[in-house]
Design a protein around this ligand. Structure first.
Ligand code: CTP
Ligand code: MG
Length: 251
């Protein structure tokens, strides 16, 4: 692998509104310990020696604001770019990917909404791509049993259960997900072409696109602290995790 390929670039989709979090600022700008979620997420990536460039896909009307915000928080000497995101997560990632030099070997995609991912997870994902995988996702096993259901007969009514997949074979996937840059670029272009033909709906994770087009995705261990801030209770949990870190190591 040449020198350019050895340094990974990261795309951070941060253009979502955070509707499930409730009214307030766009989710990426909501604060955790007095610092925006996005800044935590970018710092978590920048902590990895493997990451040389971070591209943030910001809300289209907030590019200048996000760039100023990241500037004011400093980034440990990494390259940083802010681009306008899109209407779906998939589109935001594609637009972020377009700002990464074609010669880059490895690309990570990391949700702005996962502010507390430990650097060991970032490094493990990069290491698995370096070791030969084209697509890598960090994941954890499930605490709850999961059931597949069909639509309720009447809106709001009970949903009939179809079946119960064996929990031991299920994983909840997190980010950063890691890819060979060429693989990720190719599947995003294919998905865009399909979409124009009225094809499948957008995916909620990038590895899903690799699967859709026949690539091999592998799983490495994720971390419970890499959870996604989605609902109000997640912010309470994130505050508690951050307070514990600050108490234990002056994080
Ligand atoms: N995202 C994005 N562009 C979009 C939608 C989502 O960049 N058009 C990003 C979010 O900013 C977030 C990540 O994708 O960092 C994961 O998405 P999710 O947790 O669903 O965030 P939101 O879409 O903002 O939340 P919600 O679905 O509750 O509105
Ligand atoms: Mg969403």
């Amino acid at each position: 692998m040449n020198a350019t390929a050895a340094v990974a670039a990261a795309v951070v989709p941060a253009a979502g509104r955070g509707e499930r979090l409730g009214p307030g600022a766009p989710k990426a700008l909501r604060e955790l310990g007095g610092v925006p979620l996005l800044v935590h997420a970018v710092r978590a990536l920048a902590r990895s020696r493997a990451v040389g460039l971070v591209v943030v896909a910001a809300p289209p009307d907030g590019v200048a604001e996000v760039a100023a915000l990241l500037d004011s928080h400093g980034l440990d000497g990494k390259d940083l770019r802010v681009v306008a995101g899109g209407a779906t997560r998939q589109e935001s990632v594609r637009l972020g990917l377009a700002a990464i030099p074609a010669g880059t070997g490895i690309v990570l995609v990391h949700d702005a909404a996962r502010p507390l991912v430990p650097v060991d997870v970032v490094d493990a994902v990069v290491a698995a791509v370096r070791a030969g995988a084209e697509a890598v996702v960090p994941a954890v096993s499930l605490a709850d049993t999961v059931k597949r259901v069909a639509a309720a007969a009447a809106p709001g009514g009970p949903e009939p259960v179809l079946d119960t997949p064996d929990r031991a074979t299920l994983r909840a996937v997190q980010t950063p997900q890691g890819f060979l840059r060429d693989t990720l670029h190719e599947v995003h272009e294919k998905a865009l072409a399909e979409e124009a033909d009225g094809g499948l709906p957008p995916v909620t994770d990038d590895a899903g696109l690799v699967e859709r087009f026949g690539g091999q995705v592998v799983v490495v261990p994720g971390h419970e602290e890499a959870f996604k801030v989605t609902r109000p209770l997640d912010l309470v949990l994130a505050e508690a995790v951050l307070a514990r870190r600050r108490a234990s190591d002056g994080f």
